[in-house]
Design a protein around this ligand. Structure first.
Ligand SMILES: [Fe+2]
Ligand SMILES: [Fe+2]
Length: 120
């Protein structure tokens, strides 16, 4: 997919979904991936990534459900796939894994999350 991966890996305004709580959580997700990328052997940083990801998805899914958002099932299953993947990771993380996580988050926000803009 064709979106640029920020380098350094930091959230910027091109990722805005215009819900302040979700934008703040997306910033935290970028930071958690950035921290893992810079410390590949840290199981604490990997555990933190899993934790902030699960927390964000829980909140985002609750907002979609509350709004009776029609794409909720597909969106939730995209979340579940990513959570399963990162929960199965072991340190040290390799380049392919770090790249996968960076790319997944960029593409997920700019394609899947962007669809709910204005609807929640
Ligand atoms: Fe999402
Ligand atoms: Fe999101």
């Amino acid at each position: 997919m064709g979106f640029d991966i920020p380098e350094p890996y930091v959230w910027d305004e091109s990722f805005k979904v215009f819900y302040d709580n979700l934008d703040e959580e997306h910033k935290s997700l970028f930071k958690a991936v950035f921290d893992c990328a810079g410390d590949r052997g840290s199981s604490d940083k990997l555990a933190n990534l899993v934790s902030v990801t699960v927390n964000h998805f829980t909140n985002e899914e609750a907002m979609m459900q509350k709004a009776k958002y029609s794409d909720f099932p597909a969106h939730k299953s995209a979340h579940e796939g990513f959570v399963a993947k990162i929960k199965g990771l072991k340190t040290p993380l390799d380049d392919a894994t770090v790249h996968f996580a960076k790319e997944w988050l960029v593409n997920h926000i700019k394609t899947t999350d962007f669809k709910y803009k204005g609807s929640l």
